[in-house]
Design a protein around this ligand. Structure first.
Ligand code: PLP
Length: 456
């Protein structure tokens, strides 16, 4: 339990302006309900805390590593398990050894760190999600599915030798936390095998994805989350994992691989950058908590409550007329900013303006998943391409907030909607060269207050 309190609206206005209308820069003590991310923000269980007390801090081959490796192998089934301190470290290591400049990595939709890490080594990150995943209003059970047509077109265009592997993000975070069906995973896997390229999962929310398969895909209703997970991973050749999500820990990640040579190259780089291969940038106690978290995350009662809580927030928003990406995702609700504030054009960051207003009006912190995060240059023409969707993600930390707190969030969303054209667009005053949304500074167009335009 931790104490939270709500700072006054006047104070929030000052903090927002000082943060350059970027909620990443607002002190967490001034946030009332923090839905910035579900990553590393969950509450650990009694058993996880107990496991931390008995963590083995031996530098090499600790008991905690042996236990962690055995739990991961039990669920994921891959030959090599390489711990890292979080998901992007796993991505960075894998891409550093497997992606060359000019290579192309297809994914359903790359998450921001995945895209940035591919681009960092000179690769092209290509999104191949099925078109149903790009229509926020469409109700469909598996909007994270990859389009086999787009995937085949990528092989046609770039050639097999420029594609070191294909990725599938389960669930598809940047596309609304939407799951990928087992049928689609099988089809992508078959395609990859025919082409002779590995299939690597971005597995952060694998248990939530498996739960959706159990609930929504015919023929899987009686199978356990472990059985479904095992089948998913048996269709691939490895995974990167941010354990800050479905590992139920505050820090941690790993890479799994079947290929001995690739695993060896990754391990050698790991020693250089993260640490010895049996701790990979984590303490022994972190590995112990992670092993226990992985055991807990596959519990169907936990998953039903967790995903049910997100769906309940969706129902409240529906009642209040706030548009969001349908159906609710596994870990988050994604407000549809283009529908909510249609008067703000994409060049003026509508989803970021909505995110800033959520803080101003109610002390709620969400995160923009739109032009600020995903504008990029077309590799062929060099022109700036805006993402198709402008979303505000309200990510629900695991085992943290009550239904009442989330009801309050829905009311704040409705209040921001009701601001109508009073809410102004934003312009960038500072941006770094990569992953700009984390540290960029913005201001309302032409300066002044976010709603009135007045300067104080
Ligand atoms: C789908 C996906 N991949 C990768 C990452 C990166 O993980 P980390 O934040 O642990 O570096 C995230 C984090 O939010 C994610 O959602």
């Amino acid at each position: 339990m931790e104490r939270i309190h709500r700072v006054s609206r006047g104070e929030r206005a000052k903090l927002l302006a000082a943060a350059g209308y970027n909620v990443f820069k607002i002190p967490s003590a001034a946030i009332y309900v923090d839905l910035l991310t579900d990553s590393g923000t969950g509450a650990m269980s009694d058993r996880q805390w107990a496991a931390m007390m008995t963590g083995d801090e031996a530098y090499a081959q600790s008991r905690s590593f042996v236990e962690f490796e055995s739990v991961v192998q039990d669920i994921f089934g891959f030959k090599h398990v390489i711990p890292t301190h979080q998901g992007r470290a796993a991505e960075g290591l894998l891409f550093a050894v497997a992606v060359k400049p000019g290579d192309v990595v297809p994914n359903n939709i790359h998450f921001d760190t995945t895209r940035a890490n591919v681009e960092h080594v000179g690769g092209i990150a290509l999104d191949c999600v099925d078109d149903k995943g790009l229509d926020p209003a469409l109700e469909a059970p598996f909007k994270g599915d990859m389009s086999l047509t787009k995937l085949a077109a990528a092989f046609e265009k770039y050639g097999r030798e420029r594609i070191p592997f294909v990725m599938l993000t389960i669930t598809n975070n940047s596309g609304g936390g939407q799951p990928v069906s087992l049928a689609n995973i099988k089809a992508v896997s078959e395609f990859c095998r025919e082409m002779g390229v590995p299939l690597i999962f971005d597995a952060c929310r694998f248990a939530e994805n498996a739960w959706f398969i159990q609930q929504r895909e015919e023929g899987h209703g009686r199978r356990t989350i472990q059985e479904i997970s095992r089948e998913i991973f048996a269709l691939g050749d490895g995974c990167t994992m941010s354990a800050k999500k479905d590992g139920l820990v505050n820090i941690g990640g790993f890479i799994c691989l079947n290929d001995d040579d690739l695993a060896l190259q990754v391990t050698n780089l790991l020693i250089l950058r993260e640490g010895f291969p049996t701790y990979g940038g984590l303490a022994g106690r972190d590995l112990a908590a992670l092993a226990q978290g992985l055991r807990e995350v596959v519990d169907p009662e936990y998953l039903a409550y967790r995903i049910g809580q997100v769906a309940r927030l969706g129902r409240r928003l529906e009642e209040l007329g706030v548009p969001y990406l349908k159906p609710p995702g596994g870990h988050a609700i994604y407000l549809d900013a283009r529908a909510a504030v249609p008067h703000i054009p994409q060049e003026q960051f509508p989803a970021q303006a909505f995110t800033a207003a959520l803080y101003l009006e109610g002390g709620v912190r969400g995160v923009e998943i739109g032009s600020l995060m995903f504008d990029h240059k077309d590799p062929d023409t060099g022109e700036v391409v805006h993402p198709v969707m402008e979303l505000v993600r309200l990510a629900i930390p695991r085992r943290v907030y009550t239904h009442t707190q989330l009801d309050y969030v829905a009311e704040v969303c409705a209040a921001v909607m009701n601001l109508g054209e009073r809410l102004r667009g934003l312009e960038i005053t500072y941006q770094p060269p990569a992953l700009r949304h984390f540290t960029a500074a913005l201001q309302p167009i032409g300066g002044g207050d976010l709603l009135t335009g007045e300067t104080t």
